[in-house]
Ligand binder design. Structure first.
Ligand code: PEP
Length: 260
C-alpha cells in the first residue's frame, strides 16, 4: 500500500513573516499518520521554515537544485546545501522551470541524479502542454520526459522517487484534469516505470497529480487508483484549503485498487 504524499509548492511567494505564519497554521491541522505532507518554500525561507517544522510530521522540500556540489555557479544551490537547510524533498523539472528557464530533459536527468546521490527525495515533474494533448501527443511527451529523467537510473532505488504528473494546461489555470484523464496518465507512467525500473519500483512509486488541485476537487482526483497524492501550488498557500486536501488524501487510503 503506497502512502499518499501531499506537497505544497509555494513558488515565489511569502516573506519570512508570511511563511512563518503559514507554517504555524499548518502544524497540527495538516499532520496525519496516513499521509506524508511536505512544504516547499522559496530558498530564502527554507531555514526558517525548517526550524519551525522541527518536531512536526511535515517535511521540508526545495523547489529546485543544481547538480554540482560547489563552485562558481552564481545563483545556484547545491544538494548538500539543501540537506544542510533541513530539506528532505526537492522538486525537479517543474514546468515553470522548463518554460521560463529553459530546463531540458538532460538537465532534469542531472538534477535527479544529484538528488539521488545526496539522499534527497526527488519530486520529478512531467506533463504535456495543451497543444500536445490536443494533438494526441500526451503519451509521447510523457515518454520523452521520463526517458530523459531516468536515462541513468541503473542502481537507483527508483521506488523512492516521486513523479508528479502535472499537465501544463492545468497548472495555475483553475482547470484541472478530469479524474479519468489523471488516472489514464498515471497508469501510463506506472507502466513505463515498470518496464524501465522493474515491477517492484513501479508498485512502490508514488505518482502525484498536480494542476489546480483545490479543496473542492482533491477527493475525486485522489480516489483514482494510481493517484498517490498531490503537488499543490496556489491552494497550498491557504492553510484551510491545504488541510482539506491532506484530509482528502488520508481518506483516499481506503480506496479499492483493482489492478486487472
Ligand atoms: C504546481 O505549482 O505544481 C501547481 C500544480 O500549481 P497549481 O496547483 O497552482 O496549479
Amino acid at each position: 500500500m503506497r502512502k499518499p504524499i501531499v506537497a505544497g509548492n509555494w513558488k515565489m511567494h511569502l516573506t519570512l513573516a508570511e511563511a512563518s505564519n503559514l507554517v504555524q497554521q499548518l502544524k497540527g491541522s495538516c499532520e496525519s499518520d496516513a499521509v506524508e505532507v511536505a512544504v516547499c518554500p522559496p530558498f530564502t525561507a527554507l531555514s526558517t521554515v525548517g526550524q519551525l517544522l522541527k518536531g512536526s510530521r511535515i517535511g521540508l522540500g526545495a523547489q529546485d537544485l543544481f547538480w554540482e556540489a560547489q563552485g562558481a555557479f552564481t545563483g545556484e544551490v547545491s544538494p548538500a546545501m539543501l540537506a544542510d537547510a533541513g530539506c528532505r524533498y526537492v522538486i525537479i523539472g517543474h514546468s515553470e522551470r522548463r518554460t521560463h528557464f529553459g530546463e531540458t530533459d538532460a538537465m532534469v536527468q542531472r538534477k535527479l541524479a544529484a538528488a539521488m546521490a545526496n539522499g534527497l527525495t526527488p519530486i520529478v515533474c512531467i506533463g504535456e502542454t495543451l497543444a500536445e494533448r490536443d494533438g494526441g501527443k500526451t503519451f509521447e511527451t510523457l515518454t520523452k520526459q521520463l526517458s530523459g529523467a531516468f536515462a541513468s537510473c541503473e542502481g537507483w532505488d527508483c521506488g523512492k522517487i516521486i513523479v508528479a504528473y502535472e499537465p501544463v494546461w492545468a497548472i495555475g489555470t483553475g482547470r484541472n484534469a478530469t479524474p479519468e484523464q489523471a488516472q489514464e496518465a498515471h497508469a501510463f507512467i506506472r507502466q513505463w516505470i515498470g518496464k524501465r525500473c522493474g515491477a517492484e519500483a513501479a508498485e512502490a512509486m508514488r505518482i502525484q497529480y498536480g494542476g489546480s488541485v483545490n479543496a473542492g476537487n482533491a477527493a475525486i482526483l485522489l480516489q483514482q487508483p494510481d493517484v498517490d497524492g498531490a503537488l499543490v501550488g496556489g491552494a497550498s498557500l491557504k492553510a484551510d484549503a491545504f488541510g482539506t486536501i491532506v484530509k482528502a488524501a488520508a481518506a483516499s487510503q481506503t480506496k479499492v485498487v483493482n489492478r486487472s
